[in-house]
Design a protein around this ligand. Structure first.
Ligand SMILES: N[C@@H](CCC(=O)N[C@@H](CS)C(=O)NCC(=O)O)C(=O)O
Length: 330
């Protein structure tokens, strides 16, 4: 099979499996024709809202965008942890679930929100990396997205709902200490899902070298077959480069880096001089922002963000507070 058709068929498989077939056909058409075309190649996809509220293009971007982002940062973040005593909030042993399994894509921002929560509350969890082509690992589930958190045999879905339900489980008496009715906290948790996540794809795929950097990570850390890896890296990077340009338009982003820096500054302003939004310790909004940013921290966009904004101090405090991952190594 010729190289081009390997890339095309593998990418189609990736996109089909991630429910973005339409997008892929549009994207591949766009790539194959020319960038100057006035054809509105993504217009249908970007307009069609999913039941979850995100358009297909957005979901693709989040899913692969998310795949791109992840824990290059996680490995290196632990270096800082040794500097200070860990400020985790471990769960009382009698409230701790016996078995927690996270079905995820390594770099999915929603999955990383859940991981930041589990890490902070020191809840041990196993990870099942889902293959986005076949999704065979979640064949048993009617819900076809990740994250899915299996807690003592009960599947929980949707990152914010998972976090709320886990909060109630690990702190049933004083639920408010984990799951808050605090307006400020809820407002910023929504901001993460409605705004911050949309900054990721335009940034991590903003040029060919950053798109390849992102997909190099995806290819090596996702659950892909030997053959899928190559097509994922090159076809994925090419497709997402173009998709990210459409997403910029969709979210009225003219300069993606400026928008990322603006989001980081907005978050620092929200802290209003406090160590964490939660005050002396992180609340769920802190954990959500951290979870979403952790995947990009060691990518070029994350490095630029820390260099050009005031977010670095808070980020470092969060690394120390969240500490080592409580993920159970296979
Ligand atoms: N609202 C959901 C969104 C989950 C979501 O969109 N996950 C993406 C991955 S980042 C996904 O599974 N997309 C479907 C797919 O890959 O087929 C949540 O917060 O968990």
């Amino acid at each position: 099979m010729r190289r081009a058709s390997i890339l095309a068929s593998s990418s189609r498989a990736l996109l089909a499996s991630t429910e973005y077939t339409t997008l892929f056909h549009s994207a591949s058409f766009y790539v194959a024709s020319n960038a100057g075309s006035s054809r509105r190649w993504l217009s249908t996809s970007t307009r069609s809202k999913s039941p979850g509220g995100y358009s297909r293009a957005t979901k693709f971007s989040l899913s692969l965008g998310s795949l791109a982002a992840a824990s290059v940062a996680v490995g290196s973040s632990s270096l800082l942890v040794e500097e200070e005593a860990c400020a985790k909030e471990p769960v009382k042993p009698d409230l701790a679930p016996k078995e927690v399994v996270l079905y995820q894509y390594e770099a999915c921002p929603f999955c990383n929100k859940v991981k930041a929560f589990l890490d902070y509350y020191d809840v041990p969890y196993k990870v099942v990396e889902v293959n986005p082509f076949s999704k065979k690992e979640i064949k048993w589930s009617e819900y076809k997205k990740v994250p899915i958190l299996m807690v003592d045999g009960e599947p929980l879905v949707d990152s914010s709902a998972i976090i709320d339900q886990m909060g109630n489980k690990i702190s049933p008496v004083k639920a408010s200490s984990v799951v808050s009715n605090d307006d400020e906290e809820n407002k910023w948790r929504r901001w993460v899902d409605d705004h911050l996540v949309h900054m990721l794809s335009p940034n991590i795929y903003r040029n060919t070298s950053e798109a390849l950097e992102s997909f190099d990570y995806i290819a090596n850390n996702g659950n892909f077959s030997f053959y899928e890896k190559y097509s994922v890296k090159y076809a994925g990077a090419a497709a997402m480069y173009f998709v990210s340009k459409k997403l910029k338009k969709k979210y009225n982003i003219t300069d993606e880096r400026a928008a990322l820096y603006d989001a980081a500054e907005t978050w620092v302003d929200a802290l209003d001089g406090r160590d964490f939004l939660g005050g002396s310790k992180p609340n769920l909004a802190d954990l959500a922002v951290f979870g979403v940013l952790r995947p990009i921290r060691q990518l070029q966009s994350g490095k630029d963000m820390v260099e050009h904004t005031r977010i670095g101090d808070w980020y470092s405090r969060m690394e120390r507070a969240v500490g080592e991952s409580s993920r159970i190594k296979a």
